[in-house]
Design a binder for this molecule. Structure first.
Ligand code: URA
Length: 236
């Protein structure tokens, strides 16, 4: 791979800025500064230092964000802060996007990556990747609601949902809900179709990866490659 491409991809700067860094002898390969952007390197085996920082090469980045309410799952937005703006500088790179959406007022696990193929597979309805939510309801949860969800509730507009698992908690207003699809406002519409209303929503798991309980609201952490393999398993 060309060193200017590598530098731009791994640091999130433009190819032109990467070339400028190289000119300023800020890119060191195996102990020697490179002087030209067209030098070829082996990302897996060469030791590369950019602006004094050792680069731990990853072809793709996988990030867990604990989304706060008030942010939108988009790459750009004219009106509201986006989840991408919460990514710290050391995890920024070109091509990152949120794989799947939470509503502006929903909190919790947003998966951000630059791996389009993996995101596409994860989001495909055929993959049936589980999403688990902690749902706070206006009225207490009932057995009828649990049965309706389990049999595949029909939401407004006549759309039938796939069977979903509802788990009671010790607070009658709070349930866990596990769904395997991602219709628009699905959890809120399911609650409404069952005669209730969501007052607070938080996603706590995607596939076999649970939201890190030590990750504060608004913060991110990298998901390591071996953890990513859990994305398609059922429970964390
Ligand atoms: N279902 C909803 O209604 N909202 C979300 O943000 C996620 C799932």
């Amino acid at each position: 791979m060309r060193i200017d491409k590598f530098t731009a991809e791994q640091t999130g700067i433009s190819r032109a800025d990467a070339k400028a860094l190289i000119k300023r002898r800020q890119v060191i390969v195996n102990g020697s500064p490179v002087t030209s952007g067209d030098v070829h390197i082996d990302p897996d085996n060469d030791e590369i230092i950019i602006s004094g920082k050792h680069i731990n090469y990853r072809e793709h980045l996988y990030i867990m964000l604990n989304k706060p309410a008030g942010t939108v799952c988009a790459v750009k937005d004219e009106l509201s802060p986006t989840v991408l703006q919460l990514i710290p500088e050391e995890l920024r790179r070109k091509g990152l996007f949120p794989a799947g959406r939470l509503d502006k007022d929903t909190e919790g696990f947003v998966f951000i990556t630059d791996d389009g193929a993996l995101a596409h597979k994860m989001l495909s309805p055929r993959s049936h990747v589980e999403k688990e939510y902690e749902v706070t309801l206006e009225k207490p949860a009932t057995e009828t609601m649990k049965e309706l969800f389990a049999s595949g509730i029909t939401i407004d507009g006549g759309e039938k949902c796939m069977p979903a698992e509802m788990i009671f908690t010790e607070d009658s207003h709070i349930i866990r809900l596990i769904i395997c699809e991602g219709k628009y406002h699905q959890v809120k519409r399911m609650a409404e179709a069952a005669g209730n209303k969501v007052t607070f929503l938080k996603r706590v798991r995607i596939g076999g990866i649970s939201l890190d309980p030590n990750l504060p609201l608004g913060e991110c952490r990298e998901i390591m490659h071996k953890e990513i393999l859990n994305l398609y398993t059922k429970r964390g």
